[in-house]
Design a protein around this ligand. Sequence first.
Ligand SMILES: Nc1ncnc2c1ncn2[C@@H]1O[C@H](COP(=O)(O)OP(=O)(O)OP(=O)(O)O)[C@@H](O)[C@H]1O
Length: 624
Amino acid sequence: MSRLPIRPSKRDLPTSSSSSSENGQDFAPAQKKIRKDPEPVKPHAAATIIGGRRNPVAATRAPISRPVRGVGAATVAVGPSRGVLKQSIASTAAKGGNVKQTAAPTCPKTGGVGGPKRQAWDLKGKFSDMEGKVRNYQTKVKATNQENEALKETMVQSQSRVVEMEKTLARQKSQISEYEAELQALSGVRDELEMVSSDKSTLEKELSNLESKHKVMETVRDSQEIELQTLKKTLARLQVTVRDQEEEVCSLKDTVVQQKDELHAGEMDRRRLHNDIQELKGNIRVFCRVRPLVEGGLSKHIQLAASDNKTITLAKTEESHTGKTADTQKNYNFNFDRVFGPQSLQQEVFEEISLLVQSALDGYNVCCFAYGQTGSGKTYTMEGDECDESRGVIPRAVKQIFRAAEKLGAKGWEFTFTASFVEIYNETLQDLLYSGKARKGLEIRKSTNNEVTITNLTYERVCNEDQVLGLIMLANRNRSTAQTAQNDRSSRSHSVFQLDIEGVNVGRDVKCKSTLCLVDLAGSERMLKSQSQGERFKEMTAINGSLSNLGIVITALANKESHVPYRNSKLTYLLQGCLGGNSKTLMFVNIAPEPDSFGETLNSLRFASKVNDCVIGTANANRK
Ligand SMILES: Nc1ncnc2c1ncn2[C@@H]1O[C@H](COP(=O)(O)OP(=O)(O)OP(=O)(O)O)[C@@H](O)[C@H]1O
């Protein structure tokens, strides 16, 4: 922006006082300044300079020295004061002189400025000099006026320029404020750009990370593609192999079906043959078992035939009453399906009946009971001791049943087992699987399809051997609780364990149903020996009644009588299904070897012999 010419301040101008006549020395420097001014001196201005010599008028008057710029005029030295000037102009005008016409300075021949000093009398010359001076002053005034006009013009121009400049300034200010606003906006944009730039750097980093990951993924993809190709080839090979194997499987399935048919036929043959063997052995069999003597050794009056293990001889020496004849020995021989001596192990005994247990799984009712006097070893035979080797028929039979069922499972058979344990004491039924107070309402019922059940009895679904053994233990606990209440009750009650077996071969649509019945009978003492009275007499009556009824039923079955009196006792009524023609029955007759048990032993053997002579009809498997 160009700067305007600035008017000189008052300080810069010489004051009238400083340029007064008292200080006439100041004039010279002013004139020097004029000479130094580079600006050209206008002709009219130049005309104002008087010679270079000091004007005597000017010397007496304070010269006005004023620097003027822009008009091209140099400092003008004004000679006389205005009042004087006016007077001289006026006088000149009065004389008819013309300032303009006298503008050109004429140098008087004498007495003029710088000329020789006029004589006092030379008034004309002096007047002429004065006129010349007036002309000079007029010229100067004119020039000054012109200068003043020029200055005014310049000032007007300057003012208009100032106005313009102010407008320009205002415009520029508004522009500046616009620029500032723009700058502010741009600064915001710059901030945004900086943010974007920082985001950009983050994004660039992420991009580079993604690019590196992408490269890794590409590498993985390449390797997986190779792997995929390999797998496809393997798959194609495997598909071929699978097709081959499927064909093989199909042919094997046919073979399996064929073999299953054969197996099933074989199983049916086995059952039939097994049953034939059992029938040949008789559907009711009697085993005799002699308990060892308490003090050990062999009993003198019991002899066992070592040849066939089927004969037992009971020898009784009869003393001569007269003493004249020798004592006579009377032998009572009994034959049974098998006789076990005192040394026989539990395992040996069970082996003989295990085939019957198998029959139970084949759909035949099986009943095994132990008969004998108290203490002869019935419970030992049926239940045994806790020790593994001493386990009796019941736990061994249960074990065999579940194992055999598992094997038959491979042939398509599925079995369900239901266990119950009942005690018959004084012709009343007790649920041995129920631990609460004695249950009432236990009654034997026979359904329309001749199935015998007991109302209110616990029938427990069992799946394995352990569950059954647990139930047997529970039954023993319940039995011993009752025994505490009634001394030696177990000897005077029958306990009946029943395992109902139901089998189904879904593939063959074959079903079978049977009951394995294992009975520990009450002691078969005779009333005379026990000399029972009161409650004990009642017990003995009940026991003997049920046992004799058992004999009667067996005899009736053997004689094929039209009526078999099952209902005469709870025991025979309950065992009806197991004793009838459709069952396989095994009776253990347990013998106490002590001499004082001779009579009871003889009775037991006679009873067992009667049973052994029975031929019960052919058992039919309960198959559909
Ligand atoms: N074959 C045997 N070998 C060893 N000990 C036996 C044998 N038979 C019985 N015993 C033992 O004889 C005792 C009486 O046997 P057990 O209790 O089995 O007779 P029981 O006929 O069941 O008597 P009860 O009719 O009173 O129940 C028991 O201690 C038993 O261990």
